[in-house]
Design a protein around this ligand. Sequence first.
Ligand code: UTP
Length: 501
Amino acid sequence: MSTTTTSASSAAVVKILDLEAARAVLAKVNQEHLLKYASELTPTQRAELLSQIASIDWATIPALVQQYVLSKEAGAAGGSIEPVKHYPADATSSAGRGPWDRTFYKQKGIELIRAGKVAAFTVAGGQGSRLGFEGPKGCYPAGSVTRKPLFACLAEWIIAAQRAWCAPGKTIPWYIMTSPLNHEATVSFFKKHGYFGLNERDVMFFRQGVMPSFDMATGKVLLNQKHEIAVNPDGHGGSIKALAVSGALADMKRRGIEQLSYTQIDNPLVKVIDPVFVGLHAFAPDSSGQMSSKMVAKASAGEKVGVLCVVNGKTGVVEYSDMPKALTEATNADGSLKFNAGSIAVHVISVKFLEQLTGGGGFSMPFHRAEKKVAYVDESTGQRVEPVKNNAVKLEAFVFDALAMCEKSIVLETIRRDEFAPIKNASAPGASDTPETCSQIQTERALAWLAQAWGVGGSGGYAGAGQDCVLELPPTSAMEPEDLRIKNIRPVIARGAKLVL
Ligand code: UTP
């Protein structure tokens, strides 16, 4: 396997239209303004525009405009919403579906990994607009001490997992979804960094599809330039179709991959492959082994994360913005939040399930609307405008909507500090999920694991060491606290130290 560069949207390109045919297609769906500047374009630019027009499924556009752009109602959660019963992080607890046998499921997960039946899958096609970083978000420096990029943080987990669990000759292939907007930059970053120590044959990149971006007030598709339609990646939910269209699914079949461990790119602490989660997903009696999810206890009622719930009898995620306020704030008798299962966007998905979803043709996921700033060519002046406030609607599919198509789906709780330190927002006083909060969690986790491995007091003294130090604990040193003991990693941490363990 090599650096495949198939595009999910390329399958939709049936032919290059000529100008008149394009005009006819666009007129039918009230979008003929896209050709307003056609006569000013060079032949190359005109060909580019016509090819882009040919790649879009225009017949679907009017209904999408009505449902998602001109109406704001589409996202609101309807029907019955109940709290989900999860497998508690403390497997001895009787909360949710506990107690449960962590050791057994870990062993079952390791068996699948050892046999080379589990691959890593990272969605990295987003635009990272909140962070405001130029370039793919995976290139962002995230190591608290080393400043190593997010891609390297995830690659190191895969390297550590391969060493720990794979049988000789077996590996953990890594599938990375890019978008047409960041694909080349992502692939060249990997080349430049020697695939972060992974074998090039085990890393496959594929592009997700795109959707046109719409003017929020009129539903007209925006022009990014006179010869280019404004588009956005079609959401992490676009990954399901893209896996099939790009040939990634076929590649997995060839390799004997049965389960995919799905993670996002923006969390350097993510367990890219977690044998406990893989084992539980594949073997728990109440799991159909199709798609499972991880949760953390919400930090507060108002935390802006999707919530894992039972929606109309099925496990699903309700976006924080779609959750009725009364449910967001509802509490149990002991004061804890009733809807406490914050989604951290970590799933295991079976290859069989993906084939089932995409096999019959005509597969589609519902869209969600997002109001964003999108640069556009102002038709009244012909000038390109960088808007200062939201002017556009982007349509994105969300991967968790596939949960509704599962027969039975389980949820595993995990400890936030151990696995969840996303970088979403740019640095700002009081902001959450920033590079600073991420770095702080990395230090807190390292100290907590040292204390767990060696005790909080005594010569380790880790309980008091943290005040001014910055620590980074790469997965190649420890994937869990116990590894620190096994490898005898027991540093003395001076005040103010900056240390990679
Ligand atoms: P986010 O929802 O945080 O979006 O993506 P984002 O694009 O990274 O950032 P903003 O909202 O513009 O600030 C969560 C994960 O889903 C991936 C992202 O790369 C990230 O790993 N993603 C998102 C895609 O792969 N494709 C998309 O179209 C959207």
